[in-house]
Design a protein around this ligand. Structure first.
Ligand code: APR
Length: 247
């Protein structure tokens, strides 16, 4: 990736009236959380079919063991990395309106980002499928699986979107409106393989905005869609970019 491209991206972001960041699993890889696709991807080791809501309700114990192994044990040790911190710094400096993330790890908020749209929900909350009560996941012990609802003993589910579940309509609507009103969409760590989240950069582009992409590997966005493709690790690239923007 050329320094010229980085300077060019910084210039565009410096002049931007309204910038959003659209992030995915790649921004958390340097926090020790594996991506879903590509090298070491979760879906190369586990069957995504098991994270379909009907399967979960039929096999709660089996799926809860996977949920603990893939998400809770990994995230318990994960800390925000320089990429998350760089986006929080950009927001604090008034140069980033919001993060629209597909991630469910809560690391953007842990890094200090204030306006975060969680397109796919979060592992940090759980909901009882019987009494519908929400709980902070930090208050739920995973020593017994599936963990019983503290209120009614029913089946708890992490509050993230399982396959075949709908996206939270308010998040979808507000994120789409924000993307429409942005003049720059900064893609970080996602290949946009999953819809409708993956179309967020297209909404900004269709409204006349610019798309800047930071990804470690080429994606469907990289050639023919992104205006600038900065290939590299987010934990290295984003702090450099933010230093150039904030001077
Ligand atoms: N720095 C920057 N980008 C990285 C890094 C890194 N260190 N490591 C990997 N990447 C990039 C890869 O280039 C890839 O484009 O992150 C992306 C990871 O892609 P996915 O694993 O498909 O993650 P994501 O796009 O967020 O997946 C979308 O799929 O399974 C569903 O709900 C799940 O939210 C998830 C959705």
């Amino acid at each position: 990736m050329s320094n010229h491209a980085l300077q060019n991206a910084a210039e565009i972001l410096r002049k931007s009236r309204c910038t959003i960041a659209f992030t995915g699993a790649g921004i958390s890889v340097e926090s020790g959380i594996p991506p879903f696709r590509g090298p070491g991807g979760v879906w190369s080791k586990y069957d995504p079919e098991k994270f379909e809501k009907g399967y979960f309700k039929r096999h709660p114990e089996e799926v809860w063991h996977l949920l603990k192994e893939i998400f809770y044990d990994t995230q318990a040790r994960a800390k925000p990395n320089p990429a998350h911190l760089a986006l929080a710094e950009l927001e604090a400096a008034g140069r980033l309106a919001a993060v629209i993330t597909q991630n469910i790890d809560g690391l953007h908020q842990a890094a200090g980002s204030k306006t975060v749209y969680e397109y796919h929900g979060s592992t940090r909350r759980m909901q009882c499928l019987d009494c519908r009560t929400f709980f902070d996941a930090a208050t739920i012990s995973l020593d017994i699986l599936p963990p019983p609802c503290p209120h009614c003993g029913g089946l708890l589910k992490p509050d993230f979107v399982f396959f075949s579940e709908a996206i939270d309509f308010d998040v979808h609507r507000e994120a789409t409106e924000l993307a429409k009103g942005s003049d720059v969409c900064l893609i970080v760590g996602t290949g946009g393989e999953v819809m409708p989240a993956g179309r967020i950069p297209l909404v900004t582009r269709n409204a006349g905005g610019t798309v800047i992409e930071i990804n470690r590997f080429e994606t469907r966005y990289s050639y023919g869609f992104s205006d600038i493709f900065l290939q590299g690790k987010a934990g290295t690239m984003l702090p450099k970019l933010v230093d150039l923007i904030l001077g």
